[in-house]
Write a protein that binds this ligand. Structure first.
Ligand code: HSE
Length: 308
């Protein structure tokens, strides 16, 4: 059996407007690269972190380390593991940086151990790592990173993930303004209760979006991508949010919203040409702001984390 595996652990978009904490999808154009190595010495060791970010090497403080430890404690293998992380997703970007690290370590270890665990079980381990970054357990970035495509987190206790089909011609355009929004802080500003009127609107949109994804109904996707519960609070943390959203919709995007807890903004489009036009319109807004940014255009990645 192989002793080392190199993997690509993808970025993801959580919430997808109306699906706060339960819906997410997987990107293919950006993700972390990680090497997981089986060693004789017992334990989990983070041996390399590249990418220029200030991330901890202590296993118990590192997202990839904590999820790896959760799996290690359950599997009790007769070996240890080294983890190298080439961090390509900036922490605090809103495209699932911590989830990619948390997923990468458990996926790699599982492969090296001969796949004793299902993807659902891997989500259970990875959620422990994700929790140290956002100070609460949620799996809406983990699930799409592990399963690929769109995923619906039916429950986190016990973990139950539903895989939702991705229409073939659906593309995401993401802008990542180079500012940091901490998930824990973006969660802290949310109200603890919502009005019944808003709840009705939100679950109607959410149900419609799931139906639209199943039936590749792009018109219904467009009508469903609205968030009346979280966006009004979090959009204030993202400079020029409304201008970006308006520009994207005017350029033909089906919809736009905050990616995860921000600051990234996601849009969905029908077809690559439309996604590129949306990218140009967003660039046009942000290049006048003086804030550095990245733009990613991506087909929905239906595979998720993979060996490279
Ligand atoms: N659902 C989580 C949140 C995702 O919005 O707080 C964080 O990336």
């Amino acid at each position: 059996m192989k002793n080392e595996i190199k993997i690509f652990s993808p970025a993801t978009v959580a919430n997808v407007a109306c699906g706060f904490d339960v819906l997410g999808f997987c990107l293919d154009s950006v993700g972390d690269e990680m090497v997981i190595r089986k060693i004789d010495k017992k334990g989990i060791y983070i041996t390399k972190i590249e990418g220029g970010f200030d991330l901890p090497y202590e296993t118990e403080l590192n997202v990839a380390g904590v999820s790896a430890l959760a799996m290690y404690d359950a599997a009790k293998p007769n070996c240890g593991f080294e983890i190298e992380i080439n961090k390509k997703i900036k922490p605090g970007s809103g495209i699932g940086s911590s989830a990619a690290s948390a997923v990468g370590s458990v996926y790699g270890m599982n492969e090296l151990l001969g796949r004793p665990y299902s993807k659902t079980q891997l989500t259970e381990f990875a959620i422990k790592g994700e929790a140290i970054a956002s100070k609460c357990e949620h799996a809406d970035n983990l699930a799409p990173a592990l399963f690929g495509g769109f995923t619906l987190v039916k429950s986190i206790s016990p973990i139950q993930i539903l895989e939702i089909p991705s229409p073939d011609d659906l593309y995401a355009t993401i802008i990542h303004p180079q500012i940091e929004v901490k998930t824990s802080e973006a969660r802290a500003i949310l109200p603890k209760e919502v009005s019944l009127t808003n709840a009705i609107t939100q679950w109607a949109n959410f149900g419609s979006l799931i139906h639209a994804l199943h039936t590749s109904d792009y018109d219904l996707i467009q009508k469903s991508l609205h968030d009346v519960i979280v966006e009004p609070y979090r959009s204030q943390l993202i400079p020029h949010y409304n201008e970006v959203k308006t520009a994207a919709l005017n350029a033909g995007a089906l919809g736009a919203g905050i990616s995860g807890s921000g600051p990234s903004i996601f849009t969905l489009s029908k077809g690559i040409e439309s996604a590129k036009k949306v990218a140009d319109s967003i660039k046009n807004v942000y290049s006048k702001t003086g804030i550095a940014f990245d733009i990613h255009i991506s087909k929905i990645n239906t595979q998720g984390v993979k060996k490279i």
